[in-house]
Ligand binder design. Sequence first.
Ligand code: ADP
Ligand code: ADP
Length: 232
Amino acid sequence: MISIRNLSKTYGDAEGGHRALDDVTLDIGRGDIFGILGSSGAGKSTLVRCINLLETPTSGTISIDGVDVTGYAGRDLARLRGSVGMIFQNFSLFQQRTVLRNVTFPLELVGMPKPERDRRALELLDVVGLSGLSERYPSQLSGGQQQRVAIARALANRAKIMLCDEATSALDTKTTVSILELLRKINREMGVTIVIITHALTVAESVCNRIAVIDGGRIVEQGTTEELFANP
Ligand code: ADP
Ligand code: ADP
């Protein structure tokens, strides 16, 4: 579904610049919960930002469903961003908007009429287990609840891919387990392909079916979770 070929990214000029990604080749299949595991500075965020075209690769290509999206701009880019949801460590919710209006935000951007976007947002809030909290503000929610709002918002445009950048790093163990359980449900029941960027081995091992380990901008190991964690 996502095919990454020989992707490199150098920040600054090519001579004195810093090579954050070095010849990365990866295939993320439809229906995968794919883990990208690496320590701080390994290049994980740069890789997801390239997938979302928030960052322009220095060389290499990214294809989604067989279409090279690397040079996308304008309307194509906007459509791609809608089909790829993203969540972050700090939730990135709009503090001045209610839970409902956080989830409807991406639908407002595409001009969906209010009754329809409210209906869809309420459905999604039900999926993520927040029925009844739609009129609260983010500051009135726990961290786990805020991440659930962010997940609902990421799915609002019927995303088929969800990128999770250290999405559980700010949460305690119990809350982390419940958020990973929710991601598993979304993958299973809504057919969303999920990419989990994490420095936490336990997170990758507990929820991902495939894992790529990244170090110094290079993929140093990849395979199924069973292969990677098998005892020799
Ligand atoms: P990770 O997400 O694994 O912590 P990043 O992708 O954020 O890693 O960073 C990879 C490397 O690229 C790091 O050495 C980081 O300092 C560098 N880097 C990241 N973003 C920038 C930037 N905008 N300008 C210059 N260097 C950057
Ligand atoms: P979690 O670890 O699940 O994120 P917290 O320890 O942050 O939960 O919060 C525990 C409970 O307190 C939650 O049910 C949440 O709704 C409530 N809560 C947390 N922060 C606030 C807040 N700022 N205002 C009102 N209720 C809050």
